[in-house]
Design a protein around this ligand. Structure first.
Ligand SMILES: [Zn+2]
Length: 283
């Protein structure tokens, strides 16, 4: 969405805070890395004196009891990312509701407050699971960032549109940003895409969106910057050897690429909840 008032290069950087080991057979025999990796992201955010949003899975406090508190104390936003990271497409409406309620309870018990945001695991709100928006609105959420508005090998909602949109009377959906004008529309400002795409393509898309005063939505995982984790088959990628190679590709350059995006465009990272205020003012 083009904004009428603010003229800033808004980067909706976010962390999908999860521990993939939990979803892998014998995963807990691998090193616990999430605490240390979040620390690195916090250092990155502090360097630019900005606050961001951490979409957090409900079982994180079980494995990292102090992490939510640490993030809250530093002034960042905690939002939901499901309790057990099961894609919405694999749940019924009732199961989905139970999962989100559990997610909220676990995060509140761990120190979070005023949670108003939700991101579905693997951007799994699609046309067929749009009932999820009814549940989210009913539970008091003000925004979701759960749609990949293109065809995609995992999940996607092709005709959703790329702009944030009020999807229910008091609930916004902020879809993930897609590369500009490409034939094969993919995200670029997060996860595997941010690591594997040539950097000039990533820069071009940031520049294009910022020039048009469009906020860029991006998502990063702890593992995206992890250089010390053992290799194992990641969950939710259909046991694909190729995808698994990509899960480890170019992790070492993520933080330096992020620094370049911050410096080149004087990018401004803000929590999603602040962006919702801006959207409401611009409506
Ligand atoms: Zn996730």
């Amino acid at each position: 969405m083009k904004l009428k008032e603010e003229k800033e290069n808004i980067f909706l950087f976010s962390i999908d805070l999860e521990d993939v080991r939990v979803r892998v057979d014998n995963g807990l025999t691998y090193r616990a890395r999430v605490d240390a990796l979040v620390e690195q992201y916090l250092l990155f955010l502090n360097k630019y004196n900005v606050k961001a949003t951490f979409f957090t899975v409900g079982d994180i406090p079980k494995y990292y009891p102090n992490l939510v508190n640490t993030i809250v104390k530093e002034g960042h936003e905690i939002a939901c990312h499901s309790n057990k990271h099961i894609p919405v497409t694999k749940q019924t409406k009732e199961k989905f509701r139970e999962d989100v309620v559990r997610n909220l309870e676990n995060l509140y018990s761990a120190g979070a407050n005023n949670i108003i945001g939700y991101r579905a695991p693997i951007y799994s709100i699609t046309q067929n699971t749009s009932w999820a928006f009814d549940v989210l609105e009913d539970l008091g959420f003000k925004y979701s960032s759960s749609v990949l508005p293109a065809k995609n090998p995992l999940f996607g909602w092709e005709n959703f549109g790329e702009a944030p949109r009020k999807i229910r009377s008091d609930l916004w959906e902020i879809p993930v940003s897609l590369r500009k004008g490409s034939f094969f529309k993919t995200p670029y400002a997060g996860g595997t895409y941010f690591r594997i795409l040539p950097f000039f393509l990533i820069k071009n898309s940031f520049r294009h969106h910022f020039k048009n005063n469009i906020a860029v939505t991006g998502y990063f995982h702890p593992y995206d910057i992890d250089l010390k984790q053992e290799r194992f088959m990641h969950p939710e990628i259909n046991n694909s050897w190729v995808y698994n190679q990509l899960m480890y590709f170019n992790r070492k350059n993520v933080l330096s690429r992020l620094d370049k995006i911050m410096d080149l465009y004087d990018s401004k990272i803000i929590p999603y909840k602040n962006y919702i205020d801006i959207l409401n003012r611009n409506e």
